[in-house]
Design a protein around this ligand. Structure first.
Ligand code: URA
Length: 278
């Protein structure tokens, strides 16, 4: 079916209005709510149902090389003020991530995508990896999936700038494939330090690869979404962080059923309840 097919455009516009309703957005300006996003299916990485989870022991809670060494500025991050933590994050981006060559993804990238948001955020969203738009702009979730994520954040009563948005891998996998276990392993220490620095009250993992990494599990997202779990990667010196797994927005766009939209909204509401935002 063509992108300009009026029936398809109408259907998508209707679905977006329904999403707004399901997500509790009552006051989206008409034009915005009705405008269907561009239909470039290739612009977002496919949230792969097949795991990109590490298969060896170098996972979130046990890998010594990723641990935050005592005495490093990162171990004190939770006590630092927002500006100091912002500085630590910027430093990691500038001195380590932006010039990283730890895995072959570095060869194909245009820009690294460190992540962005409030270093004091109560909620951290973790996606899979940059797609084409993100690779070009160096910012997370700026394509179609990002539009939906923005709506979800707004529906939670938050501005995008109030949360922190990161990915499992900081460089775009070619052809939007899922990152390999080796690529995930190479990038994991960056994500762990981001979590260490931000110390969110809750992590929302978006899709299978992020959920598998953060929960160190091989179980699929369909089994795990909607149920609270914990991130243990800061132990033994840091706290466990509550984790709510949910579907990736790109998956939701592809499987845009009322049931799926309700599921995601219910997952987000659980987070709002736990954090006293309702
Ligand atoms: N999908 C992701 O998982 N991350 C992004 O940054 C964009 C799309």
């Amino acid at each position: 079916m063509s992108e300009t097919d009026p029936n398809r455009r109408m259907r998508i516009a209707r679905q977006h209005v329904q999403t707004d309703q399901l997500l509790g957005i009552a006051s989206v300006p008409q034009g915005e709510a009705a405008a269907p996003p561009p239909l470039d299916e290739t612009a977002e990485p496919a949230p792969a149902p097949a795991a990109a989870a590490p298969t060896d022991s170098t996972t979130a809670s046990t890998e010594p090389s990723g641990a935050v060494p005592t005495g490093s500025p990162w171990s004190a991050a939770p006590e630092l003020d927002r500006a100091a933590r912002q500085q630590l994050l910027e430093q990691m981006d500038r001195d380590e991530v932006s010039c990283c060559t730890k895995c072959p993804l570095s060869e194909g990238r245009t820009r690294t995508v460190f992540g962005e948001g409030d270093p004091d955020a109560r909620i951290m969203f973790i996606g899979e990896g940059p797609g084409q738009n993100e690779d070009e702009q160096g910012r997370p979730f700026v394509g179609r999936a990002g539009e939906l994520l923005n709506k979800q954040i707004a529906a939670m009563g938050l501005e995008r700038e109030q949360v922190f948005i990161a990915n499992v891998v900081k460089c775009r996998p070619p052809n939007n494939r899922a990152p390999t276990p080796a690529e995930v392993d190479a990038c994991e220490p960056y994500l762990r330090r981001q979590i260490q620095g931000i110390r969110p009250d809750a992590i929302i993992t978006l899709g299978g690869p992020a959920t598998k990494l953060i929960l160190d599990t091989k179980l699929g997202i369909t089994r795990l979404r909607g149920t609270w779990a914990t991130y243990d990667g800061l132990l033994p010196t840091g706290p466990q962080v509550p984790v709510m797994p949910t579907f990736h927005p790109a998956y939701l766009l592809r499987s845009y059923t009322e049931d799926n939209r309700r599921r995601v909204w219910s997952d987000l509401q659980q987070v709002m309840e736990r954090l006293g935002m309702k």
